[in-house]
Ligand binder design. Structure first.
Ligand code: IDP
Ligand code: MG
Length: 139
């Protein structure tokens, strides 16, 4: 079933100049970009996005990281897009990520791990509307 997921190319990956490589991986996997924005999140925008993690010990550091430089946020569409993107990303900790995954290739550590992907239909809906309110999503 075709569905949509939210992906973020995080500030560490933008600094490493691997935006193109990561988008190529999405396209090769059949995940079609249907909306793309580049933005430098304020800390409060990062806090709102990651509000579900606000009790975690790494929350402050995570929000500092996500607001440390520009990021690319995308809506990806395709069959089983949510799981497909999670598989493509690899484990949260790049050291534990499978060979061939984005985090294995471009992640630095469990925090600076190159990409984000929605983890359920509910979070995808929240996350897409968080960064793409309105109509700027294509088919
Ligand atoms: P996910 O991105 O694989 O879904 P989550 O558990 O949802 O992982 O965590 C959100 C983000 O918070 C991670 O992608 C990573 O950047 C950061 N993070 C997760 N666990 C840790 C940790 O133990 N220390 C520091 N940062 C972490
Ligand atoms: Mg998550």
């Amino acid at each position: 079933m075709s569905e949509r997921t939210l992906a973020i190319i995080k500030p560490d990956a933008v600094k490493k100049q691997v935006i193109g490589d990561i988008i190529h991986r999405y396209e090769q996997a059949g995940l079609k970009p249907v909306a793309i924005r580049m933005l430098h999140m304020s800390k409060s925008v990062a806090e709102g996005f990651y509000a579900v993690h606000n009790a975690r010990p790494f929350f402050g550091s995570l929000c500092d990281f996500m607001s440390s430089g520009p990021a690319v946020v995308l809506v990806l569409q395709g069959d089983n897009a949510i799981k497909k993107n999670r598989d493509l990303m690899g484990a949260t900790d790049p050291a534990k990520a499978d060979a061939g995954t984005i985090r294995k290739a471009h992640g630095t550590n469990i925090e600076f791990n190159a990409v984000h992907g929605s983890d359920s239909p509910e979070t995808a809906q929240f996350e897409i509307s968080y960064f793409f309110p309105g109509q700027d999503i294509f088919q």
